[in-house]
Design a protein around this ligand. Structure first.
Ligand code: BTN
Length: 243
């Protein structure tokens, strides 16, 4: 047990998210977690694969929060805060994690972790991949690891810290709703007014970061006024490749 979480460890697995979803559909309880040393079919957002060799953290946590499914997307911000805390605790004091909408965790502008939120009936599965030792060699965006930022190279400590921070941020969300999560997330993301580019289904849109709506949509100030974006990827305006 790690606090409220029961961790099932696998040396190798296809995808911890697939296994957690399977367990969810079998009725596994809140707090069931699947941790693997490596994945052979790790999945990222937008049907991308997730680089999953030994040396990194791959974990999926099954949550039955008792809240309406319509609020499940808020959990990706809860998870992002937990991952950011974890990264901060593993890295030297002067190096801080930054959050990028919708749920990437960056260090010095490079992606160090990703979060994949999926629903399995009334359960929510939060899959987290954290690059501890290895970063994907050919990613279309900048990537980094805990070790290359002079951090602590222990996957087990990363897992234990992550689960403790997730328990904390979940409790804040359960007690106070999305507002405190949103406030904390915004404090660790781009400053208001930062020039960003959003790759959305409608194509790239340039504008200034204007924060998050009450339900977690990205607010972007454009020449046509403020728009609300519910799906897409964000990059600094200067970054052609994106993150
Ligand atoms: C992203 O595209 O940024 C999300 C990546 C999520 C990867 C993690 S690794 C553990 C879990 N199992 C998976 O197959 N994916 C998630």
């Amino acid at each position: 047990m790690n606090g409220q979480f029961t961790v099932w460890h696998h040396e190798t697995i296809g995808s911890t998210n697939d296994e957690a979803r399977r367990l969810a559909l079998e009725g596994a309880p809140h707090g069931t977690a699947v941790h693997a040393d490596e994945q052979t079919a790790g999945r990222g957002r937008l049907a991308h694969s997730w680089f999953s060799p030994p040396g990194n953290l791959y974990i999926s946590v099954l949550l039955r929060t008792g809240q309406p499914v319509s609020r499940a997307a808020e959990l990706s911000f809860v998870a992002a805060l937990a991952v950011a805390d974890t990264v901060d605790m593993l890295l030297p004091r002067q190096t801080r994690a930054m959050l990028k909408w919708p749920n990437d965790v960056l260090v010095n502008g490079a992606k160090i972790a990703g979060i994949l939120l999926e629903q399995a009936d009334d359960a929510t599965v939060i899959g987290i991949g954290l690059n501890v030792l290895e970063a994907p060699p050919n990613a279309a965006y900048k990537t980094t690891t805990i070790v290359s930022n002079a951090g602590i190279a222990s996957v087990d400590s990363a897992r234990d810290i992550l689960l403790e921070r997730l328990e904390h941020h979940l409790a804040v969300w359960q007690a106070g709703g999305f507002a405190p999560v949103r406030q904390n997330w915004l404090a660790r993301s781009y400053p208001p007014g930062a020039a960003i580019r959003v790759n959305s289904a409608q194509g790239p849109i340039a504008g200034q970061f204007a924060g998050l709506s009450d339900d977690g949509a990205l607010l972007l100030d454009t020449q046509q006024g403020q728009i609300r974006i519910v799906a897409g990827d964000v990059a600094p305006a200067s970054d052609q490749a994106g993150v």
